[in-house]
Design a protein around this ligand. Structure first.
Ligand code: HEC
Length: 124
């Protein structure tokens, strides 16, 4: 094969690899930013900025909203999936469960995954 053609092919392959690589990088960055935003918008008002939970004003020894920043990623995934299913089936046992189930109504698998990954970083 002509050496010039070889060089052109090489340059092309290199260019495509770099483009794909940077596209992958920016998707990751966007995901990290999105999860923080998602948390702030949909979870923070009950579970707190750092996932520390919220206690009752009148009974400061009791949690009104559970702390979630000490759960593992697997526990978070399991829990969020449980509430997500609860909401789809409209099937909860009490008001507290209903509150949390409703909080998952705008989520999907990808968002649940990204939130679980984000929440474990909150107490670091
Ligand atoms: C309207 C208030 C409210 C919002 C908003 C909310 N939660 Fe909750 N969350 C609760 C309540 C109440 C419980 C306890 C439910 C129960 O008793 O089963 C809970 C429980 C949880 C648990 C289980 C805790 C444990 O110890 O098992 C996780 C995990 C959780 N929430 C994550 C989230 C995430 C992530 C978001 C954002 C998508 C969110 N919550 C938004 C009220 C809320």
């Amino acid at each position: 094969m002509n050496i010039l053609i070889k060089k052109i092919i090489h340059a092309g392959v290199l260019f495509i690899s770099i483009t794909l690589f940077s596209a992958g990088m920016s998707t990751n960055l966007i995901a990290a930013e999105d999860s923080a935003k998602l948390y702030k918008k949909q979870c923070k008002k009950c579970h707190g900025k750092k996932g520390e939970g919220k206690k009752f004003k009148k009974e400061p020894e009791k949690f009104k909203y559970a702390p979630i920043n000490e759960l593992s990623q697997d526990e978070l995934l399991e829990s969020l999936n449980k509430y997500f299913k609860m909401w789809s089936a409209k099937n909860w046992e009490n008001k507290k469960e209903k509150k949390m189930a409703k909080a998952t109504k705008k989520l999907d698998d990808a968002k649940i995954q990204t939130l679980a990954e984000f929440i474990v970083t909150l107490n670091k």
